[in-house]
Design a protein around this ligand. Sequence first.
Ligand code: ZN
Ligand code: ZN
Length: 404
Amino acid sequence: MKKIIAHLVILLFCLGCLHYTALAKPDKVDGVNVPSGRIPQDIKNNKYPRTFYPNTEKLGKGEMRITALGTGMPTQTPSNKSASFLVELGNGDKFLFDLGVGATDMLSGLQADYGKLDKVFVSHLHTDHIGDLASLWVAGWIGGRYTPMHVYGPSGSSPELGTKVHVDHIRAAWAWDVTSRAGTLPNAGGEIVAHEFDFSKTAVVYNENGVEVTAFPAIHIRDGSVSFRLDWNGLSFVFGGDSVPNKWFLKEAKGADVVIHECFFTPEQWMKIAGFPYKQAYWATTIIHTPPEGFGKIMSEIKPRMAVAYHYWNHRDVEFEIYERVRQTYDGPLTMADDLTVLNVTKDHIEVREVTIDHEAWAQGTSTEWDTAPRGEPATGLMAEWLKSGEVKGFNPPPTQPID
Ligand SMILES: [Zn+2]
Ligand SMILES: [Zn+2]
């Protein structure tokens, strides 16, 4: 009997250790938080594993990693989220270009270091490009970002159509949420800051730590859509949100390393998919978007090291035709991006793979910064006395550790 009890005690102890290990704070590797117990490996001689498992590879000092979080449409699907790309640099910086609905699902699947995800560059204010902003703002705060969230986006034809008012309204719309968490979570993470710039100008809108981001006009339905170019360490990344082919894109993207541009459906496909008559299908696919042949012509002009197409459903009945039509006007390096396509970019090599995520993955949890980040006083007066007095006493157990 004594032996059985001893074994039970050992078993319970081990289970306790396992529990503790699984939920421990992330480890810090080269200044980046990785899930506890993961040991990222160096990649040597461009020998990448066929599949990218998040947090298992060190990013080289001069390397850029681009992950497609979403490549689809406003009507996102479980396998095809709305537009979003994560750019990670060997200096530790991370940038999000657009954050369409569903993109934050992918960030949690990647077990990304939320503490570093504090910069979002928005091409325009359609939900399929910025609909997950509130979600990342709050989820990132819970998941380890104890500094403000920064949103860089264009002005519109009037102030109420610009990024600043958009962010102001998000802050106002989620006041109940954010004030309910203040005091428990470090205060600064609850802040969201808009950096609105003039959509009509080609201008540097971010310049820190050797990273320069330039915004330039795009043509998409109404005033207030832009594209971006990021330059760092001799590497360049260009991201087009939604636009028809335009002169600014041809100029700014010329010869860049990785160039991402929308590649929409053909009018005939859109008639079939959406049930539009031809006139409206042509308008949607060709007057406000860039169909496959247009995408190909853009890339033939600018000749990037890698052209990346996105913004279509990757359904088998349409994607091969989209590819074939691109190939009618472009024969250079091409990636038809899917959700979780990943590109590792150095000066002499571009590796294109897919990410395998754990669909049960949790965010990393609180980091070591949790212990020291400043907090305000817990909010008071959030609940009326009559409501509080409705609690049934004795149902919830009392604390087992000091809570003051
Ligand atoms: Zn779009
Ligand atoms: Zn759009």
